[in-house]
Design a protein around this ligand. Structure first.
Ligand SMILES: O=C(O)C[C@H]1C=CC(=O)O1
Length: 96
């Protein structure tokens, strides 16, 4: 099942930079591990914002929910999930 996930990062003003850098480092490694597994198919920066648009490919709503709640940056992000299905005009076999 495919999902578009928009993540808007809202760094806490009171957190010191080194603590936030450590959380971002864990987030990067978690994200890249899921990308290698094929569960986090794409990630793009939204130009001009501390935000990304990502495509997840997972088995269920529950799997996506659990992956998102385990994001190290989860407490500092607004997340919007949009379920996707194949467009009948798509020429890409992987769009499912
Ligand atoms: O920078 C972001 O967009 C937030 C987050 C998502 C993956 C990652 O490595 O950081």
């Amino acid at each position: 099942m495919l999902y578009q996930v928009e993540m808007v990062v809202k760094p806490p003003k009171e957190m010191d930079a080194s603590t936030f850098d450590e959380i971002k480092s864990r987030e990067k490694s978690y994200s890249q591990d899921l990308q290698r597994q094929g569960k986090w198919r794409h990630i793009w920066r939204i130009a001009g914002q501390y935000a990304n648009i990502s495509i997840f490919d997972v088995e269920s709503h529950e799997e996506l929910h659990n992956l998102l709640l385990a994001l190290p940056l989860y407490p500092y992000m607004d997340i919007t999930v949009t379920p996707l299905c194949r467009h009948p005009s798509s020429i890409h076999e992987s769009d499912c």
